[in-house]
Design a protein around this ligand. Structure first.
Ligand code: ZN
Length: 197
């Protein structure tokens, strides 16, 4: 017996998620049919559409936002420090732990020649338009080759500006992604940031 067409489509949809293979996709599709009531399914589909249509990236800092950016518009945050991160998820990690009270700038990746990602593919130009009144730029980039390359590149460009450039390093293992660091390590890494020269 073959699965009904709409059920097969559902399995195919679940398979599009990272880390979901055929078996898990089938299990999730079965769960949707047998264990979720109509209301749950309706809510789930609404949430999917809402997330995709209502969420965008802040044109200033690049953080995910819905209608307005809670970080850029928060006047209680320090306007004198900008933390540069490669991905939006890094902002969530840092915000979750209330480690930093300045502003962010999301690059949207790292320079990676092996994948053809150059500086101009990243959200870098807009960073330099935000530096008026900023006293410190903190480079919170991963200890990977790509993170290192991106940090070096930014450091060179930031030399033209009269501000402190620091980089978190302490406690973040070489080659590691920020998201692998536990909260305390990340906090220590930020507190012990060093002038980047
Ligand atoms: Zn913003």
């Amino acid at each position: 017996m073959k699965y009904p067409e709409s059920f097969l489509k559902l399995i195919e949809d679940f398979k599009k998620f990272p880390g979901i293979g055929s078996k898990t996709a089938e299990r999730l599709a079965l769960f949707t049919l047998s264990s979720m009531d109509k209301e749950d399914v309706n809510l789930f589909s609404t949430h999917l559409v809402d997330a995709k249509t209502k969420i965008s990236t802040c044109p200033i800092c690049g953080v995910l936002m819905e209608s307005h950016c809670g970080i850029c518009e928060d006047e209680t945050r320090s306007q004198k420090a900008i933390m540069v991160v490669s991905d939006e998820k890094d902002v969530f990690i840092l915000e979750k732990n209330h480690i930093f009270d300045g502003l962010y700038h999301v690059l949207g990746g790292s320079i990676d020649f092996s994948r053809g990602i150059q500086a101009e593919d990243l959200n870098i130009d807009s960073l330099f338009k935000r530096l008026n009144g900023v006293e410190e730029v903190i480079l919170s980039l991963s200890g990977t080759v790509e993170g290192e390359l991106t940090a070096q590149y930014l450091k060179e460009l930031l030399k033209r500006y009269n501000l402190k450039v620091s980089r978190i390093a302490y406690g973040i293992p070489v080659g590691a992604d920020l998201s692998y660091a536990d909260d305390q390590t990340l906090e220590r890494a930020l507190l012990n940031r060093q002038k980047y020269e």
